[in-house]
Design a protein around this ligand. Structure first.
Ligand code: GLU
Length: 294
C-alpha cells in the first residue's frame, strides 16, 4: 500500500481562502515527505450541486495537483457498512433512539465530560429495544470503553480529548463523518492527515475508532485556521473570500496563491518553489488574519 496525504473537502459550497490555505499545506506536507496526495470528496452530507466541480477547478487554479482519481464518499457505503458490522460483531455498538432534544435535556452522568452523549440508550433491555424500534429508526453508536484518548500531532504535540459513545450511522441511514473518515483514510493508504485545527477535538474519537478497527492511526498535523478581523473563523459572509469573488475584483488565482504562500513564510511563484523552502517546524502556529486583497 502506498503512503499518502490528502485533502477532503465537503462540497457544500465554494472553497474560501482558509480552505485553500489548508489544501496548500496538506499538499506541501505530503509532497515534502514523498507521499502521494489524494483528493476525497466528503459528500455524505451537505453536498450542493455543482460545488465539487468548483472546488476541483479552484484547487487546480492555485496549483494543487493530486494523484489517482477523485474518491467520493457516496460511492463507498459498502465499505462503511462492513466496518460497522465488524464493530457490531465485537459487541462495540448499540442502537440509539434519542432525539437531539432528548440528548440536550438528559441529565448527564455525574462524572460525564462536557459534550458527551449521556448514555441513555446504552443498556436498553430487549423489551425496551422492541418498544423503541417500533417508534423510530435507530442510530448506531459506538460502545466506547474509554472516556478520553491521546493522539500525537506534529504541530500540537500530545493532545488528549473526549471520546464518548459517538454516532457511527445516523438514524436516517447516513454514515457519520467520524466513521467514514477513519475507514476511508485506511482504505486509501492515507497515513498523514493535515487539516484545520478546528478538527483537533474530533481526532481522539477517530484515533480510538481506528484502534478498535486495528488500523494504525495516521500522522496528524492540525494547521491554524484563517480568521477574520474579529478573530472568528473565516466564512463566506466575510466578503470576497473565494477565488470567484476575488476574480470579480480583478485578483487572479496566482495572486491569491502567492498571498497564501506569503502568509506561510514561503516564496511566491509556484507550489513547487514553495515546496523547496517548506519546513513544517517553521510554520506559523497562530491563526492567520485575512484582511482582504485589492
Ligand atoms: N470534510 C471535512 C471538512 O471539509 C474535513 C474532514 C477531514 O479533513 O478529516 O471540514
Amino acid at each position: 500500500m502506498t503512503s499518502a496525504g490528502r485533502f477532503a473537502p465537503s462540497p457544500s459550497g465554494e472553497l474560501h481562502v482558509g480552505n485553500l490555505r489548508t489544501a496548500i499545506l496538506a499538499w506541501l506536507f505530503a509532497r515534502s515527505s514523498s507521499r502521494e496526495f489524494l483528493l476525497r470528496v466528503e459528500d455524505l452530507d451537505r453536498a450542493r450541486a455543482g460545488a465539487e466541480a468548483e472546488q476541483l477547478r479552484d484547487l487546480e487554479a492555485i496549483g494543487v495537483t493530486w494523484d489517482r482519481g477523485v474518491v467520493r464518499q457516496t460511492a463507498r457505503g459498502a465499505l462503511y457498512a462492513k466496518a460497522i458490522e465488524r464493530l457490531q460483531h465485537a459487541g462495540l455498538t448499540y442502537e440509539c433512539f434519542c432525539t437531539r432534544r432528548e440528548i440536550q435535556e438528559a441529565p448527564s452522568a455525574p462524572h460525564a465530560l462536557q459534550g458527551a452523549y449521556p448514555g441513555t440508550c446504552r443498556n436498553l433491555d430487549a423489551a425496551e429495544l422492541e418498544f423503541r424500534r417500533a417508534s423510530r429508526p435507530a442510530a448506531v453508536r459506538l460502545r466506547s470503553e474509554v472516556h478520553e484518548y491521546t493522539v500525537h500531532d506534529v504541530l500540537h504535540g500530545e493532545f488528549t480529548g473526549l471520546v464518548d459513545d459517538f454516532v457511527l450511522r445516523r438514524n436516517d441511514g447516513v454514515t457519520a463523518y467520524n466513521l467514514a473518515v477513519v475507514v476511508d483514510d485506511a482504505a486509501q493508504g492515507i497515513d498523514q492527515v493535515v487539516r484545520g485545527d478546528d478538527l483537533l477535538p474530533s481526532t481522539p474519537r477517530q484515533a480510538y475508532l481506528a484502534s478498535l478497527l486495528k488500523i494504525p492511526a495516521p500522522e496528524y498535523a492540525h494547521v491554524p485556521l484563517v480568521v477574520n478581523a474579529d478573530g472568528v473563523r473565516l466564512a463566506k459572509r466575510d466578503g470576497a473570500v473565494t477565488l470567484g469573488d476575488l476574480d470579480q475584483r480583478g485578483i487572479t488565482a496566482a495572486a491569491v496563491r502567492d498571498r497564501l504562500l506569503a502568509s506561510l513564510g514561503l516564496p511566491a511563484g509556484t507550489l513547487q518553489r514553495a515546496l523547496d523552502a517548506f519546513d513544517p517546524a517553521g510554520l506559523p502556529r497562530e491563526p492567520w488574519i485575512w484582511t482582504g486583497m485589492g
